[in-house]
Ligand binder design. Structure first.
Ligand code: AMP
Length: 306
């Protein structure tokens, strides 16, 4: 595995690979890699000849009161994990090369960036869209892998790539969970033991929602109330929002039909956790994508609950 920090070096390595007829897969991350990130690298490894991964704690997507300084970092562990997953080129951009002063150019995806997490994190998705546009411009034509854990981010990135005609195929990969259902996240490192014990209530509420829809519930409002009630059983977990919306444009859905993203965000101690499931509802037929559990391959059944 080659490690590189320079934009020119990474661009020319990717150009050279494509000139040799090789397909480039790209996995952007903020590091502190866990099995969720690694599943994206694995998907990229299967589908491409060359795998590029980036680790960049992107200052532009953190608000002034957010956790940029204390965001967990582990470059040695991350390098070992990336190498073990068959990453060929690990890109570690430098902040001053990514963001020449003064910062004048950003990317804004209107509408999609203001709802759900965007409501409490103003500017966050501009930071995400801007850094992903830059990274895709540096890596060049590729297939880029994103986790469905960050469903709103995936929607923003897809729309940005489409609107800007960026030469990337965006692939959304399954949400990877801990054994107790908690969505894997670098930010889980912030949870105290007690908070960690409380955190599964979010997935529990989403499972209950999936079961209700399987049982015939089609009201978005009733589903959101059910989730709020379930989460309220755990006083350490403070629900910030629960939404039922279309996965692609995040339009709110009050009648549940077609593809439905059910998304939640909550404060647990000093951490802010997000989670979601996707339901595919066709009349009486319901397929729930609840994600996969990290070390249980048989957990694929979670994807196809009816
Ligand atoms: P991050 O380092 O948190 O910015 O995440 C980098 C990429 O990994 C994003 O595309 C995330 O959606 C994805 N990712 C993070 N956690 C998970 C997870 N638990 N399951 C699947 N993908 C994930």
């Amino acid at each position: 595995m080659i490690t590189a920090s320079g934009v020119a070096e990474v661009r020319s390595a990717c150009d050279e690979a494509r000139r040799a007829g090789r397909r480039v897969g790209f996995v952007p991350t903020m590091g502190f890699l866990h099995p969720g990130h690694r599943s994206l690298m694995r998907a990229a490894r299967v589908g491409n000849d060359v795998v590029v991964a980036s680790i960049f704690v992107n200052p532009l997507q953190f608000g002034p009161t957010e956790d940029l300084e204390r965001y967990p970092r582990d470059l040695a562990g991350d390098s070992a994990a990336a190498e073990a997953e068959g990453v060929d080129l690990l890109f570690l951009p430098a902040v001053d090369e990514m963001y020449p002063e003064p910062p004048l150019t950003t990317v804004h995806v209107a509408g999609l960036s203001e709802v759900l997490c965007g409501a409490s994190r103003p500017g966050h998705f501009d930071g995400v869209a801007t850094v992903v546009a830059k990274l895709l411009s540096i890596v060049g034509p590729c297939t880029a892998y994103f986790g469905r854990k960050d469903a709103q981010q995936l929607a923003v990135v897809r729309r940005m790539v489409s609107d800007l005609h960026l030469p990337a195929d965006v692939v959304g990969c399954p949400l990877v969970r801990e054994r107790d259902g908690v969505a894997m996240s670098s930010r889980n490192a912030y949870l105290s033991e007690e908070d960690r014990r409380a955190a599964p209530v979010l997935f529990g509420a989403l499972r209950a929602a999936a079961a209700a829809v399987t049982g015939g519930e089609r009201s978005g409002g009733a589903l959101r109330r059910l989730i709020a009630r379930e989460v309220a059983r755990e006083p350490r977990v403070l629900l910030e929002y629960v939404a039922t919306c279309r996965p692609d444009d995040l339009e709110p859905l009050d009648h549940l039909e077609g593809d439905v993203l059910v998304a939640v965000a909550a404060r647990v101690g000093s951490a802010r956790l997000i989670d979601n499931i996707t339901l595919c509802i066709r009349d009486a037929d319901v397929v729930a994508d609840l994600g996969v559990v990290t070390d249980r391959p048989e957990s694929e059944v979670l994807c196809a609950e009816r």
